[in-house]
Design a protein around this ligand. Structure first.
Ligand SMILES: [Zn+2]
Length: 356
């Protein structure tokens, strides 16, 4: 288990996503086994090919000068398609700042290539525009012989899956976290590895049966990885958000929105949630490893997450034998009162007239 992130917290947080709350039954439920899969998905690879042609600069930048053989193959195979309507539409979206999570989520809501059939519960921006895009993608897939390309890279995909599994090997287990929370996770998580998709397309989708995650690869001058080995972008970190987001949604207007506390956060809208997730996973790490977190707390503080240490202290109330809390949800209002207390203690600005 590795605590110190090699890529740095800020980069790890690039993987922080927009979370859709999933309703959950109340009350304690025993930990059950959680099915986690890592896959390369034809819909996401099709999207990557279109993005490659539509936004060549965005596409190339992610490799930091070490373009992988797979990307070179994709460029060779798909470059004759650069004037296709799907590519033109994606270019317009990228220019208008509309690319990113939405096109990725559209793809997650349709069936495999080349049918790309829309499910009944499809929800996304501008339905007619999305429908037109899917129509173009179907045509792109057929004309580009996408299936031949995808099938000829099965061994490459198996390598990516093996790498993702390896990265997660030494991490905290979801079962251990579920036992700590006395809450269940969804039974099925599918991490879709996206070796060619720029990180702005990272996205996720929850439905009744499963949680889907698109996890773009991270390239540096030295290597490529999917970030699962890093504490702040590990599988348990990701899963923990699926617990806190509905809890925050349930608190609604009672949730402390103390903007003054988030001034130094890189993403203020997610700052409360992120700190709770960091604190819970940090406590689990301390319990498993026996290591202290002083260095991690200092690092979080540098990134504007100043309350993680206080949250960890508060979690000890929940962990105490004989604590009155039946599970983490039960304890949650008490945990996030840490923010109210910090808000009340914050140094007040004295308003005084400046004399010239
Ligand atoms: Zn996070």
């Amino acid at each position: 288990m590795k605590s110190r992130p090699a890529m740095g917290l800020a980069a790890a947080l690039v993987l922080a996503l927009t979370w859709a709350p999933t309703p959950r039954a109340a009350g304690p439920t025993p930990a059950r086994s959680i099915n986690i899969s890592y896959e390369v998905d034809d819909r996401v690879e099709l999207l990557s090919a279109v993005v490659m042609l539509a936004a060549p600069q965005l596409f190339a930048e992610q490799f930091h000068g070490r373009t992988p053989a797979y990307a070179l193959d994709a460029a060779r195979h798909f470059s004759p398609m650069s004037r296709h309507p799907a590519v033109s539409r994606m270019s317009r979206w990228v220019l208008a700042g509309k690319a990113g999570i939405t096109p990725a989520q559209i793809l997650l809501q349709v069936s495999a290539v080349p049918a790309l059939e829309e499910g009944l519960a499809m929800r996304h921006f501008g339905q007619p525009e999305a429908t037109a895009f899917l129509e173009e993608l179907r045509d792109f897939a057929v004309r580009s012989e996408f299936r031949r390309f995808f099938d000829s890279h099965r061994a490459t995909y198996a390598g990516y899956v093996a790498q993702a599994r390896g990265e997660s090997r030494d991490a905290l287990t979801p079962e251990g976290l579920s036992a700590y929370l006395k809450l269940p996770f969804s039974s099925r998580y599918r991490f879709i590895l996206a070796p060619l998709l720029p990180s702005v397309f990272a996205s996720n989708l929850s439905d009744k049966e499963q949680e889907l995650r698109i996890r773009p690869a991270i390239y540096s001058k030295e290597n490529m990885h999917f970030g699962f080995e890093e504490f702040e972008s590990s599988v348990v970190h990701d899963l923990m958000h699926t617990i806190t987001v509905p809890l925050n949604a349930a608190l609604g207007k009672d949730l402390p929105r103390y903007d003054a506390l988030w001034v130094s956060c890189s993403n203020p809208s997610n700052c409360l949630d992120e700190q709770v997730v960091l604190a819970v996973t940090r406590r689990r790490f301390e319990q498993e490893s026996g290591e202290d977190s002083a260095e991690a707390f200092a690092r979080y503080k540098e990134n504007g997450f100043s309350h993680v240490q206080a949250l960890c202290e508060r979690l000890k109330e929940y962990e105490r034998p004989g604590s009155p809390y039946s599970n983490f949800s039960d304890f949650y209002p008490r945990l996030i009162s840490v923010f109210r207390e910090a808000f009340e203690r914050r140094p007040r600005k004295t308003t005084r007239r400046e004399s010239k």
